[in-house]
Design a protein around this ligand. Structure first.
Ligand SMILES: C[S@@+](CC[C@H](N)C(=O)[O-])C[C@H]1O[C@@H](n2cnc3c(N)ncnc32)[C@H](O)[C@@H]1O
Length: 416
C-alpha cells in the first residue's frame, strides 16, 4: 500500500476529521455520521459558548467531560419505546435516539414531521433566546414548539388540521405535566377507554387552549394512535390501546425525570387553528420562523389522518380543499395552485416577522411527481418579492430506498 505523504500525514497516522473541526475537549454525539450533522455541529461550536452548548447544543455529547442537556435528555429514553417491537423497529429507534426519538417527539408517528435535532440546531443558528417568540405557520405535530420549549423559548404553532392542533398541544403540554397526572392516566385507563369507545360525538372543549385537560387529552391521543396502528397491523384496538398508552406514559415520565434533574425552564407555546395564508398574528411581532410546508402534493395530509379526523367529527374532503398542495386536478393545476398559495404564505411570513429576522424554510422536490419542477427554486424566487434575501442554503440528504426524493433544502431567508 502507498503512503500518502502530505504535511507529514501518512496513512498510518491520519487524524480524525473531528480533530480539525472541533477543540479537543468537544465530543460529538455517537452516531453522528452524516455530513450535514457535522456541518451543524461545526456551526454550534462557532456560534455558541461552551455553557450554551451544554444547555442547548444539539450535536455534542460533552465538553470537558460535562454531558450536554441534549445528551442527557436522549439517554434517559424509556425502554418501553421499543418493547415488543420488531428488530428493525428497535434498530430504528436506537439509531434515532439522539435525533428523533427523545422528549415527547415519539408520541404519535406523524408522517412528514421535522427531524427534531435539526430544529434545535436551527434555533441555535438563529440565535433565538428566552423571551423571543418563534413561529411555525404550518406546525403539523408541533416539533418546532417542543424543541423551542425544551430550551426555554416561547412559540406559536398555526395549523389547518384540528387533529394536528390536538397532537401539538398534547406533545407540548406533556413537557409540563407532573407525576400525579401520569399516575391518574394509568389508574383511569380502562374507564377512559370505555368512554372513548362509546362516544358518538367527541367534545373538543377539553383539548382547547383554555380548558385543556391533560389526562383526557393524552388518553385521547393514545387512543387515536392505537386506532391508526390497529388499521395498519390488523390487530384489535383493545389490545393495542393499553400498550400505546403505557408507552406514552413511559416516554413522558423519562422526560420528567431529566427535566426535574436539570431544572429545565419549559417555554410557553400557543397553538392556533388557522391558515398560513392569513395568519392570526400581528405585524412585525415574531423573532424567527422555522417551517416546512407541504412539498406540493407529495403527501395528502388530510387523507392521511382520515380516521382520526373523522373520529373527532371533521369533514376530511372540506379540509383537503383548504390545504396548501391539495387543491385542483391534474399536475399543472395543482402546481399552479400550490405556488399561488405558497406566495400568499410567504407574504404572511414576511408581514409577521420583525425586520432583520429569519424565516427558515425546509423544502424538497419530488421531481418524479412534479415533472422536473424544483419547488425550492420557485420558493427562493417568490421570496424576493416579499422583502426576503436568501443568506444561506444547506442541503440535507433524505435516506431510505423507498424515497424518490433525494434531498431537502434549508433556506435561510432574512427579512430585509
Ligand atoms: C410538512 S408538514 C409539517 C410537519 C411539521 N413540521 C412537523 O414537524 O410535524 C406540513 C403541514 O402543513 C399543514 N398545512 C397545509 N395547508 C395549510 C394551511 N393552509 N395553513 C396551515 N397549515 C397547513 C399540513 O396539515 C401539514 O401538517
Amino acid at each position: 500500500m502507498h503512503n500518502i505523504v502530505q504535511n507529514n500525514i501518512t496513512i498510518n497516522n491520519l487524524p480524525k476529521i473531528n480533530s480539525f473541526l472541533f477543540p479537543e475537549e468537544y465530543k460529538i454525539l455517537p452516531n453522528t455520521s452524516e455530513l450535514f450533522e457535522l456541518e451543524f455541529a461545526f456551526y454550534e461550536s462557532k456560534l455558541l459558548t461552551k455553557k450554551e452548548i451544554i444547555q442547548r447544543g444539539a450535536f455534542f455529547k460533552s465538553i470537558n467531560g460535562q454531558d450536554t442537556n441534549h445528551y442527557l435528555i436522549c439517554s434517559n429514553n424509556s425502554p418501553l419505546v421499543w418493547k415488543g417491537r420488531s428488530e428493525i423497529t428497535k434498530a430504528y429507534f436506537k439509531e434515532g435516539n439522539f435525533s428523533t426519538g427523545y422528549a415527547t417527539h415519539g408520541l404519535f408517528p406523524y408522517r412528514g414531521k421535522f427531524h427534531p435535532q435539526l430544529i434545535k440546531g436551527l434555533l441555535n443558528m438563529l440565535g433565538l433566546q428566552q423571551g423571543d417568540t418563534v413561529l411555525d405557520p404550518m406546525c403539523g405535530s408541533g416539533t418546532l414548539n417542543v424543541e423551542a420549549s425544551v430550551i426555554g423559548i416561547d412559540s406559536i404553532g398555526v395549523e389547518k388540521s384540528p387533529f394536528c392542533i390536538l397532537m401539538s398541544r398534547v406533545k407540548h403540554r406533556c413537557l409540563r405535566v407532573n407525576h400525579k397526572t401520569l399516575n391518574s392516566i394509568l389508574e383511569n385507563m380502562t374507564k377512559n377507554y370505555k368512554s372513548l369507545m362509546k362516544c358518538k360525538k367527541i367534545d373538543s372543549e377539553f383539548y382547547s387552549e383554555s380548558c385543556f385537560n391533560n389526562e383526557k387529552a393524552i388518553t385521547l391521543l393514545a387512543f387515536l394512535d392505537a386506532m391508526g396502528y390497529a388499521r395498519r397491523c390488523s390487530k384489535s384496538i383493545d389490545i393495542l390501546f393499553p400498550t400505546v398508552l403505557k408507552r406514552y406514559v413511559g416516554q413522558i415520565n423519562s422526560f420528567l425525570q431529566v427535566r426535574n434533574k436539570l431544572n429545565l425552564k419549559i417555554g410557553k407555546a400557543k397553538f392556533k387553528l388557522g391558515d398560513a395564508m392569513s395568519l392570526p398574528i400581528d405585524d412585525n411581532s415574531i423573532d424567527g420562523i422555522i417551517t416546512s410546508p407541504p412539498y406540493s402534493f407529495a403527501i395528502d395530509y388530510a387523507e392521511n389522518d382520515r380516521p382520526q379526523l373523522e373520529y373527532l367529527g371533521y369533514n376530511v374532503s372540506n379540509l383537503g380543499n383548504e390545504m396548501i398542495g391539495l387543491k385542483g386536478r391534474g399536475i399543472k393545476e395543482k402546481l399552479d395552485n400550490y405556488f399561488n398559495d405558497m406566495n400568499k404564505a410567504l407574504s404572511e411570513m414576511s408581514r409577521v416577522l420583525k425586520i432583520g429576522k429569519y424565516a427558515v424554510i425546509i423544502i424538497g422536490s419530488n421531481d418524479v411527481q412534479t415533472g422536473g419542477i424544483r419547488l425550492e427554486t420557485k420558493v427562493e424566487e417568490m421570496a424576493k418579492n416579499h422583502s426576503f434575501v436568501l443568506d444561506q442554503k444547506i442541503t440535507k440528504p433524505i435516506r431510505g430506498i423507498q424515497n424518490t426524493m433525494r434531498d431537502e433544502y434549508i433556506l435561510f431567508l432574512r427579512k430585509n
